[in-house]
Design a protein around this ligand. Structure first.
Ligand code: SF4
Length: 460
């Protein structure tokens, strides 16, 4: 495909404009139903193919999320005056050998897709119908892509997948067809879909990446809480370059609503998992997703969600008022009976509960020394301040001054540059950002080796 598509910097000079779409929430779908463009990609394309092609005559190609490899042929069809359409979902497509074109060449962070699709059937969710079944890229192909990124100067990679920690590379393992007995879920969690071929799991992938690229940071999103077996938590604890930040979508704090949502866990199991994560990985940041006003949600069930937020103490969360999606189990089975104004009021209460919880998480960092990966100047004070991200994902600002370099004996102090790791003593929190005093330029390994040595000295 890349042979025929040349990426341009100026949108006005493009001959073809691709619009990637997402059908997960209704709002996004409404906004992009009338694109003045010719090629519509992604899962909305898959879902609304007839509407897009028939109603919007200007659209020439509709290409589902698994059909990117077919784009040259689809574009050729247009040359011959036809509409190009391929919305078939695949059981195998992982885009393993397609290297994404990175528009910002100087960026120090990148996303790497490691798996696609979802085998769960949460009753509110359209993803299994638009993105298909789970399939994972082979570990070797991921390692190869990360190696390329490392060569280009990337220092932080976020591994992506609809259920990223359900990663299962069975490509080179002698297949253990049928039982799924070796698939270990988080305690108290279950899934409607049994795993048939158990291969290399997400902990194996993280283990390999973190050991082969010790100076590169790894994050991942979006995981499902059911797939946090102990060995994943221990790999995260033991490898300093796997960021101590876990997204743990709860969706609601009520066991009854969880059951209607078909999430495969209870409030108690979720809270036990949070406790276990914090026991194994101290100072981990936890983030989440929540839906307000799901079908049949009572005031009491909503209160359960507010109390869960307070009990866990999240760093951040994505929160939405429920919007019913066609094709889903909820659409077939339940009534969307919580009035809009009630959904909005509950959402506002949820956001308020979060402000408190998030603020406390930020404040708790004051006085600590954080390893910050420098991302660039602070746009509000570009000449004097730098901005970066801590291991836990907090935004950290600090004054741009010459600093000693811990790893170069006798070298002159210099100002940090994009991609440097800097030790920062956190002095202040605005509850949305942290402000600190930069102490030294360092490397990821030496920062954590020093911390380990200090911990041993304090213990003896
Ligand atoms: S786990 Fe549930 S919410 Fe997440 S993508 Fe799959 S069906 Fe949707």
């Amino acid at each position: 495909m890349l042979d025929i598509v040349k990426v341009v910097d100026v949108p006005e000079s493009a001959e073809i404009i691709f619009i990637n779409t997402c059908a997960i929430r209704d709002n996004a779908e409404q906004k992009s139903l009338h694109p003045p463009k010719v090629v519509v990609l992604g899962c909305m394309a898959e879902r609304l193919k007839d509407k897009i092609l028939d109603a919007d005559k200007m659209v020439d190609v509709v290409c589902g999320p698994d059909a990117y490899r077919d784009l040259p042929r689809l574009l050729e069809e247009v040359e011959y005056g036809q509409k190009g359409i391929n919305i078939l979902l695949s059981l195998e497509e992982t885009y393993a050998d397609i290297s994404p074109v990175r528009i910002s060449k100087n960026s120090i962070s990148a996303f790497v897709s490691v798996m696609r699709g979802c085998n769960n059937m949460c009753s509110f969710c359209i993803v299994p119908f638009t993105r298909g079944r789970e399939r994972s890229r082979p570990v070797d192909s991921i390692v190869k892509e990360v190696a390329e990124l490392w060569k280009e100067g990337v220092k932080e990679v976020t591994l992506l997948g609809q259920n990223v920690n359900s990663y299962n590379d069975a490509s080179e393992i002698e297949k253990e067809v049928e039982t799924g007995m070796n698939w270990k879920y988080s305690d108290g969690f279950s899934s409607m879909c049994k795993v048939k071929e158990v291969g290399l799991r997400f902990s194996d992938l993280l283990d390999r990446l973190s050991s082969e690229f010790p100076e590169m940071r790894f994050r991942y999103t979006s995981p499902h809480p059911k797939d946090f077996p102990d060995d994943l938590l221990y790999v995260m604890r033991n490898r300093h370059n796997i960021c101590k930040s876990i997204h743990l979508p709860a969706q609601t704090g009520s066991s009854a609503v969880l059951e209607r949502m078909r999430r495969g866990y209870t409030r108690e199991a979720y809270l036990d998992l949070v406790q276990k994560i914090r026991r194994i990985i101290p100072d981990v940041g936890i983030t989440s997703d929540f839906i307000s006003g799901f079908c049949g949600e009572t005031e009491e069930e909503h209160e359960d969600t507010l109390s869960l937020v307070k009990a866990v103490g999240y760093d951040m969360a994505y929160m939405f008022a429920y919007s019913m999606r066609e094709k889903t189990h909820a659409h077939r089975t339940y009534v969307d009976d919580v009035p809009d104004e009630v959904k909005q009021r509950r959402l506002a209460e949820l956001i308020e509960a979060f402000r408190e919880s998030t603020g406390q998480c930020f404040d708790s960092q004051i006085g600590s020394v954080q390893l910050v990966l420098v991302e660039g100047p602070n746009k509000r004070a570009p000449d004097t301040e730098l901005i970066g991200k801590s291991d836990r994902g907090h935004r950290v600002l600090f004054t741009n001054l010459p600093l000693p370099n811990q790893n170069e004996d006798g070298s002159q102090a210099r100002n940090p540059v994009v991609g440097d790791y800097v030790e920062v003593l956190i002095m202040k929190s605005t509850r949305a950002s942290l402000f600190g005093e930069a102490l030294a330029i360092t490397t990821l390994s030496s920062f954590y080796n020093n911390l380990d040595q200090e911990a041993v000295a304090n213990a003896s």
